[in-house]
Design a protein around this ligand. Structure first.
Ligand code: ADP
Ligand code: MG
Ligand code: ZN
Length: 605
């Protein structure tokens, strides 16, 4: 079997994505490889295809129980004999799996790094024919990375003890030079093929909001995406609990995940999310590394993360299937102060000397500043991210809020002067709306009631809309030139620099939306027409019932993308069915009849 045949037969895909072929070729030729590819780029396939083609067993070292289970479930669905060995198995189950492994019943075995040192596993590994060792999430070996796992440091010694040294493949989404060097050095890679693919994820839309009320903003975002599943990341356990309760009270099927929950609850909540029983997962960053649910349509950050590596990795869990998905960050100045506090007050790890600890702290602060820059920039957000990862990117992507709203800096010196004078004139008695109505010369009941149309300021900003005037007032509030009184009906008052602005009209510029452009996310899916959309829903229902019967998550049966293509092309024979992307041989045999029959019923109805 060739690698192309394996891709079609097992995975049902027609083409390799960027970087996959080179890595597969290197590993098949016995050469080590280091692959740096963003989340969702398809790293697993880079070791799974060699695993299928090489004569012996492939060991995949992976840091998380949930990750292993998910991947093994998917492989078994495709007809690949695979298993995992980790702490979620009882001792009996573990012994059974190990004895089957000794009989050569599995092509791919996922193993937790802690297992490598156990005697039972070592005696198995030393006797077995191991063709390849893949180290997934390889950045866990580096203390510079975000997820340092000391047990990863035992991998090279383990590999040395094997009969003959198999090729090593290391995979990560973390691109910083220190981490990359650590991986090469600490894993003792031998002249590895280094592949770094582009970090751009074209199907992701990026947005930053700075809402006055994060909860309201969150609810709006979730409610405007009915039936879509999403992850909401919060920075603390307490926030997770509060936000999850809040969403539930508002009728959203939300669940939660953080390290303070009992393992049983964590497990159950994660499954509720994977199996689509809960639409929204509210979680700390403890949730997600290796969560391969491919149909996550949005990732919302309720708090700003500590660095762009974390942000891009977490946000990247949206849209793994390549369908358009959103990554939205709800920013507030408080997030920056919390981040700084955590960095400067965290206990350094014991094994570090004072100088290293100080260097790590300085690096963390620097990263936090760059993360803050992302939240505040008016430039293209995608470009900002890609530059951070050392890639070239154009000024305009058309798929982020800054590109779509296209801000420009506008001189508002004169307008600011008129606004401040108006506030003074009105005796600092009125709210934002009435000030704007007065300046715009509006003829409303309240304006008449308070005789505001007799004020000298009345109508002085008649060339602007009330919305534009309100935006300028808000800007002056943000700048501290104006202030809002506390209380239920806040009124606009003069702030620190108000007098200077009223007298001298110093230069003031404000970012203003230039023009609205239509969203143009690249690779938008083919629109389904009404009838096709109806069929799509029918196929989703069928998929759900199959998944339920088998006890696996729906996306493991077929991705949304595959169902969409089925609804659009409506194959009538098994051969046509097999041609659809995401349909491999085993899945075609298992599910082909059921899906063809459903489409047939749909046409007759
Ligand atoms: P990573 O580990 O790099 O984050 P995964 O290995 O989980 O990414 O792959 C993400 C998704 O992309 C999976 O659903 C996978 O099936 C899909 N995928 C991988 N390679 C291809 C390909 N060549 N064509 C189509 N889909 C692919
Ligand atoms: Mg992965
Ligand atoms: Zn952009």
């Amino acid at each position: 079997m060739t690698k192309e045949e394996a891709l079609k037969t097992y995975f049902g895909y027609d083409d390799f994505r960027g970087g996959q072929e080179e890595i597969i070729d290197a590993l098949l030729a016995g050469r080590d490889a280091l692959a740096i590819m963003p989340t969702g780029a398809g790293k697993s396939l880079c070791y799974q295809i060699p695993a299928l083609l090489l004569p012996g067993i492939t060991l995949v070292i992976s840091p998380l129980v949930s990750l292993m289970r998910d991947q093994v479930t998917q492989l078994v669905q495709m007809g690949v004999p695979a298993a995992y060995l980790n702490s979620s198995l009882t001792f009996q189950q573990y012994l059974l799996a190990l004895s089957r492994a000794k009989e050569g019943r599995y092509k791919i075995i996922y193993v937790a790094p802690e297992r490598l040192e156990t005697e039972g596993f070592q005696s198995f590994a030393e006797a077995a024919d191991i063709s390849l060792v893949a180290v997934d999430e390889a950045h866990c070996i580096s203390q510079w990375g975000q997820d340092f796992r000391p047990s990863y440091r035992n991998i090279p010694a383990f590999v040395e003890r094997l009969q003959s040294r198999p090729p090593l493949g290391a995979f990560t989404a973390t691109a910083t030079p220190e981490v990359r060097e650590d991986i090469e050095h600490l894993l003792s890679l031998r002249d590895p093929l280094r592949v770094t693919t582009g970090f751009d994820r074209e199907n992701l839309y990026f947005e930053v909001q700075q809402p006055a009320d994060k909860r309201a903003a969150l609810l709006e975002l979730v409610k405007s995406r009915p039936g879509k599943c999403g992850i909401v990341y919060c920075s603390t356990r307490k926030n997770v609990e509060e936000v999850c309760d809040f969403l539930r009270e508002r009728g959203v099927a939300a669940t939660r995940y953080h390290a303070g929950l009992e393992p049983e609850e964590r497990q159950k909540n994660q499954e509720d999310f994977l199996y689509d029983r809960a639409q929204v997962m509210v979680a700390t960053n403890a949730f997600g590394m290796g969560i391969d649910k491919s149909d996550v349509r949005y990732v919302i950050h309720y708090n700003m993360p500590k660095d762009l590596e974390s942000y891009y990795q977490e946000a990247g869990r949206a849209g793994r299937d390549g369908e358009p998905s959103s990554c939205i960050l709800l920013y507030s100045g408080q997030d920056v102060r919390t981040g700084e506090f955590l960095i400067t007050h965290s206990e350094p790890r014991e094994e570090l000397d004072e100088r290293t600890a100080a260097a790590l702290r300085e690096r963390d602060l620097q990263r936090l500043r760059q993360m803050t820059g992302y939240c505040r920039t008016r430039r293209c957000l995608r470009q900002y991210i890609l530059h951070y990862f050392g890639e070239f990117a154009p000024d305009y992507c058309g798929g982020c809020c800054n590109c779509l709203h296209n801000f420009e800096e506008v001189d508002i010196s004169r307008e600011a002067q008129l606004i401040v004078r108006c506030v003074a004139e009105l005796g600092q008695h009125f709210g934002v709306n009435l000030v704007a109505e007065t300046l715009c010369g509006a003829d409303t009941e309240k304006v008449r009631k308070f005789h505001l149309d007799r004020e000298p300021s009345y109508g002085l900003l008649g060339e602007l809309t009330q919305k534009q005037v309100r935006e300028r007032i808000r800007f002056l509030l943000d700048e501290g030139i104006l202030q809002l009184s506390p209380g239920e009906f806040p009124v606009v008052r003069l702030g620190d620099r108000a007098e200077d602005v009223a007298q001298n009209a110093p230069t003031l510029t404000m970012p203003v939306v230039k023009e609205e452009r239509a969203p143009s996310i690249r690779r938008a899916p083919a629109e389904l027409d009404g009838r096709q959309a109806e069929l799509f829903e029918r196929l989703r229902a069928l998929r759900a019932s199959i998944a339920r019967r088998q006890g696996v998550p729906a996306y493991v049966v077929f991705s949304d993308k595959t169902l969409r293509e089925l609804a659009a092309t409506q194959p009538q024979t098994l051969a046509e069915f097999r041609a659809v992307s995401g349909v491999g041989t085993v899945k075609a045999e298992r599910y082909g009849q059921a899906f063809l029959a459903e489409m047939d019923r749909f046409h007759r109805a």
